[in-house]
Unconditional design. Structure first.
Length: 106
C-alpha cells in the first residue's frame, strides 16, 4: 500500500473539481455562443406549409421535386400531420374538422 498525505489528497480533489468546473463552464458557454450564432445568421423564418402540391400519402417517390430549397444555416419550420385518425375513412375524418368532402384527396 502506498502511503499518502491527507493534504495531498485534498489538493488533488480540489484540482479535479476546478478542472470539472472549467470544462462544464466552457461547454455551456460554447453551446450558448453556438445557438446565438445560428439565430443571428437566420435572416427570416422559413415555413414549409402542408399543401396538396407537396403532401404525399405512403411514400415519397424518388423523382419528386424538392418542396423547398434552403441555404446552409437557415432554419425551416415544417408543417406536418399524422395519418392517425383518418386511415379508416379520410372523408369522414376531415369532414368532422370542417373540411368539405370535395377538398379531400385520397
Amino acid at each position: 500500500m502506498i502511503p499518502f498525505k491527507k493534504t495531498s489528497f485534498c489538493k488533488l480533489v480540489r484540482c479535479f473539481l476546478l478542472i470539472g468546473l472549467v470544462v462544464v463552464g466552457t461547454a455551456h458557454h460554447a453551446r450558448e455562443t453556438s445557438a446565438q450564432t445560428i439565430v443571428s445568421q437566420t435572416s427570416s423564418q422559413l415555413i414549409l406549409r402542408s399543401t396538396f402540391e407537396n403532401l404525399v400519402r405512403g411514400f415519397i417517390p424518388a423523382g419528386s421535386p424538392p418542396a423547398m430549397r434552403i441555404k446552409s444555416g437557415q432554419t425551416v419550420q415544417i408543417e406536418t400531420f399524422s395519418h392517425h385518425g383518418f386511415v379508416e375513412d379520410p372523408v369522414a375524418f376531415f369532414n368532422s374538422h370542417g373540411i368539405p368532402a370535395d377538398k379531400v384527396r385520397i
